[in-house]
Design a protein around this ligand. Sequence first.
Ligand SMILES: Cc1cc2nc3c(=O)[nH]c(=O)nc-3n(C[C@H](O)[C@H](O)[C@H](O)COP(=O)(O)OP(=O)(O)OC[C@H]3O[C@@H](n4cnc5c(N)ncnc54)[C@H](O)[C@@H]3O)c2cc1C
Length: 295
Amino acid sequence: MKISDLVAQAQAPFYSFEFFPPKERKNWPNFFATVERLSELNPLFASVTYGAGGGTQDNTLEITSHLKNDFGLEPMAHLTCVGATEKRIRDFVARLADSGVMNVLALRGDPPKDRVIDWDNAAFRYASDLVAFARRNFPDFGIAVAGYPACHPESKTFREDREYTRKKIEAGADLVITQLFFDVREYIDFVERLRHNGVTVPVVPGVMPIQSLDSIRKVLSLCGANIPGYLYLNLEAAHLEGGVEAVKKAGVVFAVDQICRLLDAGAPGIHLYTLNRAETCLAILQAVKERGYFS
Ligand SMILES: Cc1cc2nc3c(=O)[nH]c(=O)nc-3n(C[C@H](O)[C@H](O)[C@H](O)COP(=O)(O)OP(=O)(O)OC[C@H]3O[C@@H](n4cnc5c(N)ncnc54)[C@H](O)[C@@H]3O)c2cc1C
């Protein structure tokens, strides 16, 4: 089933999960134990990331298939098109369909550092090209795209960023999932601007639990997200007092507040970046439920 239809039919705000495929096969049993624990929470859907540089692409396929067939989840496979041929994309999506996976998150991806992309002759230059191709060749698929409340790092202005997001919807996407962000006002502004541009599809905010100061620095340097000053100071203070564990706890408290504020602001649900960590996700969702949400 298309995830956009599930979202449209949802009677109340929902949560969904993002997993990433462990690189090493020996870690798969642990990974599936995490999936099993989190699947008991009945997420609306679950997405699985895709390595733009190769390596984990077949893993994405295999894992989404397991999510569907062994755990009863509605899976969404992330799919990047940077440097890909039409044949490779067609074969990959056909294999997804064969295993019962009918939803993709269509992405451009980032060029691997060791490879120069000939953009002028590339089969796909932007995610919107992939969306159009997938919509033409696989009309029954649900197609989500990425959105950037703080702007994609390559975008020069908010205006152009929102316009390119709109183009992805115009090309046939039916759902937007956002990049992580920490200031709820960025999400509200993002949705308002998209609505102003005529985009009517659901915009699901991505929420990433903060794990440590180091991991947050790394994430921020890669994806162009902003962190509010008060949050950073709070995390630093937690680190000084209690190290990584204290930062993790502060991260859970922040994620709970963020989710409640997003739902108050009218978000249809949230997409939780699980980081493959069951305990953190369980703690967050439990606390949000205790505040009367997701009941
Ligand atoms: C929810 C989410 C999940 C992700 N999952 C993965 C994953 O599994 N694997 C992975 O490798 N990466 C993943 N990414 C990261 C993503 O691949 C990068 O952010 C990448 O740099 C951009 O991908 P995109 O699909 O947003 O590209 P695009 O939408 O193509 O945008 C890329 C840039 O080009 C600009 N642009 C778009 N269209 C045009 C146009 N017509 N003319 C000129 N400029 C244009 C945009 O404004 C933007 O600056 C994810 C990101 C998000 C938000």
